[in-house]
Design a protein around this ligand. Structure first.
Ligand SMILES: Cc1ncc(COP(=O)(O)O)c(C=O)c1O
Length: 487
């Protein structure tokens, strides 16, 4: 039987570690770089690091440097060495970092400010919507409750919203899922086979990248500028990749917040059609327009064969765990076949709650828009006060700022230091298709203004700690934090 343990090769490990430069002692810097790569998910938990001999060769350092670095990692709880299995990556007990590249919030019992996810608390009116939904429930109680296509009235409300946005849709074109990530999994499992090429934005949404990697896809990155798509470059990528599939987030892209203009949609759609690339359009964030005014047409209006995934998570509340897929011309039947292998429908009550919420407001309410804008202003103000060399340009919509860091603040190190201060953030490399993005950090503006300001104060303390370590010419050792965490 072959050993299923994933292996991180010596060359890849050397790339992840990067240039150790003049950092002294070198073993400490090596241990720190490996710890950061585990913490931000670039080295998966449970994987086997190269042998000391292999890594010595790949890095061009002494064997003692690698041996002592591995010793530091073992002492810090980041590595276990087993006879016959080599050195396996693990996490110190009690650490909140999960070493996965998918994003999900910390346990709510943890005493931290959690900006890992761009998700808000429930808006006003959710309790009342639950109460009304309970009133609608009895008519479903005589059936089995396994609604693999979804609650009919909700499918109708979702279809109407597409039609209103300029994409004629019938309830038959829609299935309700347990959120957008579940929808992305359904489409991926029906479409993508190991070795298939899939075009994705870089930076992109980590959980989608993770779903695709787990399906064995080869990812073809479509580079994003901070302010949007280089459409000429994107068209060239699509032509050259001739990929099986593409996943795009044209509406307030995560993490950049960019919104694709109508004529760019038309050009990219034409290239995708010509390349025979099946396109999944992720519209999870489309309703979070913070400024208002006319929106571009849905991407699928330019590419009628596209499948679209949507969600209530950003427009209403993530706790509903409700999303949907739109696939025209009988495509939903095929998707339901694929879905049934892992899940037989979303909960009926939550679907009825979303129906109630959509009847009151299909997108975000003005009150919610004002709230999100106030949080964003508080974040911008705190950044200009405490971290004036962090640069960002707010987008028209979305729930986060994509921030460019100064060169002496690598994002992964900043995120690790921030955790010591009781602040969880997702570093730039989490959003990278193929590594890099250390100059970028995503900061969601999803908490009340005072909490946003406190988050930035903690980030500034973390930045000071990273800079102090650099000034001393060596990386910081793992140490228990003031919050009882192990760094
Ligand atoms: C682009 C994108 N897709 C999907 C999701 C997850 O959506 P859901 O909560 O519906 O699974 C998010 C959440 O941040 C997102 O930004």
């Amino acid at each position: 039987m072959t050993d299923p343990t994933p292996v991180v090769g010596a060359a890849r490990t050397a790339r992840l570690v990067g240039d150790l430069g003049s950092a002294r002692p070198a073993y400490r810097a090596l241990a720190d770089a490996l710890r950061v790569a585990v913490a931000d998910g670039r080295i998966a938990l449970g994987s086997r690091l190269p042998s000391e001999r292999e890594l010595t060769g790949a890095l061009g350092v002494s064997r003692t440097t690698v041996s002592r670095a591995y010793e530091v990692l073992r002492d810090g709880g980041y590595l276990v060495s087993r006879r016959g299995s080599g050195s396996l990556v693990t996490l110190p007990e009690g650490s909140r970092r999960r070493g996965s590249s998918s994003l999900f919030p910390a346990d709510p019992r943890d005493d931290v400010i959690d900006l890992t996810c761009a998700a808000t608390r429930a808006p006003v009116g959710v309790v009342e919507a639950y109460e009304r939904a309970v009133g609608l429930l009895p008519r479903y109680l005589t059936g089995a409750g396994y609604l693999v296509f979804g609650v009919p009235e909700l499918r109708e409300a979702i279809a109407d919203r597409y039609t209103e946005r300029g994409l004629p849709t019938t309830p038959d074109d829609v299935i309700v899922t347990s959120g957008a990530v579940a929808g992305i999994n359904i489409v991926t499992s029906s479409l993508v086979h190991p070795g298939d090429r899939v075009v994705v934005e870089n930076p992109g949404y980590p959980n989608t990248l993770d779903v695709l990697r787990r399906a064995g896809a080869r990812l073809a990155p479509l580079p994003m500028d901070p302010d949007g798509w280089d459409v000429q470059g994107a068209v060239a990528t699509v032509r050259a990749a001739r990929a099986r599939a593409a996943v795009l987030v044209p509406d307030f892209q995560n993490p950049t917040g960019a919104l694709m203009a109508d004529d760019d949609r038309a050009r990219l759609a034409a290239a995708l059609r010509a390349a025979g690339t099946t396109t999944l359009v992720d519209e999870t964030i489309v309703e979070v327009d913070l400024e208002g005014g006319p929106m571009p047409l849905p991407f699928a209006a330019h590419l009628p064969g596209a499948v679209t995934v949507g969600s209530a998570s950003k427009s209403h509340w993530g706790g509903l765990r409700t999303g949907w897929l739109r696939a025209p011309r009988g495509g939903t039947a095929h998707l339901v076949e694929s879905r049934a292998a892992s899940d037989l429908g979303a909960p009926v009550l939550e679907q009825l709650v979303l129906l109630e919420l959509m009847r009151a407001a299909p997108g975000i309410t003005d009150e919610r828009r004002l709230d999100l804008r106030a949080s964003r202003s508080a974040l911008l103000e705190a950044l200009s006060q405490h971290l004036p060399d962090v640069r960002t340009t707010p987008a028209r919509g979305g729930l986060s700022l994509w921030c460019e860091l100064p060169p002496d603040l690598p994002s992964s190190r900043l995120a690790v230091a921030a955790e010591d201060e009781g602040l969880l953030v997702a570093a730039g490399p989490r959003f990278a298709v193929d590594g890099g993005l250390e100059r970028w950090l995503r900061l969601p503006h999803v908490l009340p203004g005072e909490a946003m300001a406190e988050a930035v104060r903690r980030l500034a303390v973390a930045a000071g700690a990273v800079r102090a370590d650099r000034g001393r010419g060596r990386a910081r050792p793992a140490r228990p934090s003031s919050h009882g965490l192990v760094a």
